[in-house]
Design a protein around this ligand. Structure first.
Ligand code: OAD
Length: 252
């Protein structure tokens, strides 16, 4: 079975990570969709870093939920599988999806990269080592991290609104889609605001594949879905994955 899974913030909601456009998304009365921009960083890098540091902390304290675990089970049981997540957290990885089966199309919050040159730095491990903890505490006190190579401001290694998607990751998605249509595409916990999410879901399910949407609310993708599951991801995904695995398992 060939499977493509596309996820968004709703999949991490039940781990306690606020979604972007949900009612808990606002931070100090600020709209996250306005904070996650190059403009906001140019205007007030300190504020943007404070927001990302809080998110990093919240993610570090969170645990993968049943939705992450169900997707990892599916990844392990299907030989041709790709997860494309818009989430910058590491909950899919900690839930058990191998790096080669996953694309983080909007980047990784635990990477910092230089706003000018190509210097990047991985910030975290689980649990954070005392050395890393000290580094981030120091930065908290000292303000905005600076590049060790060119001294420009460091920024979170995520894709902001209006920025290009990372070329290598984009290519991995294209390669997967070019290799053939999928039997099943699952789209879970995303408002599907970006055209490329809809495009990948439709291209993945071309030639009669199933397109399953898991989201308590309607999205622009809903009208294309062959199955709509209006439930939270942590409830729906374990059941959907069980059903799919029963199909591929040879009957006794
Ligand atoms: P959003 O915050 O836009 O949407 C979250 C979606 O999850 C909504 O459609 C909710 O209905 C749904 N949802 C909420 N709780 C859920 C649950 N328990 N189970 C299933 N679904 C649930 O987040 P995204 O669609 O991921 O990009 O946002 C896409 C991108 O926009 C983000 O990656 C980020 C953001 O701005 C950038 O930063 C570039």
């Amino acid at each position: 079975m060939r499977v493509l899974v596309l996820t968004g913030a709703g999949v991490s909601a039940e781990s306690g990570i606020p979604t972007f456009r949900g009612k808990d998304g606002y931070w100090r009365n600020l709209d996250p969709t306005k904070l996650a921009t190059a403009d906001a960083f140019t205007r007030d890098p300190q504020l943007v870093w404070e927001w990302y540091r809080e998110r990093r902390q919240r993610i570090s304290d969170a645990r993968p939920n049943a939705a992450h675990e169900a997707i990892a089970r599916l990844a392990q049981c299907t030989d041709d599988f790709l997860l494309v997540t818009q989430n910058v957290d590491d909950l899919h990885a900690r839930g058990g999806v191998a790096a080669e089966k996953m694309v983080q199309i909007h980047g990784n919050i635990f990477i910092s990269r230089c706003s000018r040159c190509d210097w990047t730095r991985f910030e975290h491990e689980h649990p954070p080592s005392p050395r890393l903890r000290r580094t981030s505490e120091q930065e908290q006190e000292e303000g905005i991290p600076k590049c060790l190579k060119c001294t420009a401001l460091m920024r979170p290694g995520v894709v902001w609104f209006g920025e290009q998607l990372p070329r290598n990751e984009l290519q991995r998605v294209e390669d997967f889609l070019d290799r053939g249509a999928c039997d099943v595409v699952i789209v879970a916990g995303t408002t599907a605001t970006f055209g490329y999410i809809i495009d990948w879901a439709l291209r993945g399910s071309r030639d009669g594949g199933e397109l399953i949407e898991v989201n308590p609310e309607e999205t622009p993708l809903s009208r294309f879905a062959t199955q709509l599951v209006r439930e939270p991801a942590a409830i729906a995904l374990p059941r959907i994955v069980d059903e799919l695995m029963n199909r591929v398992r040879p009957s006794l």
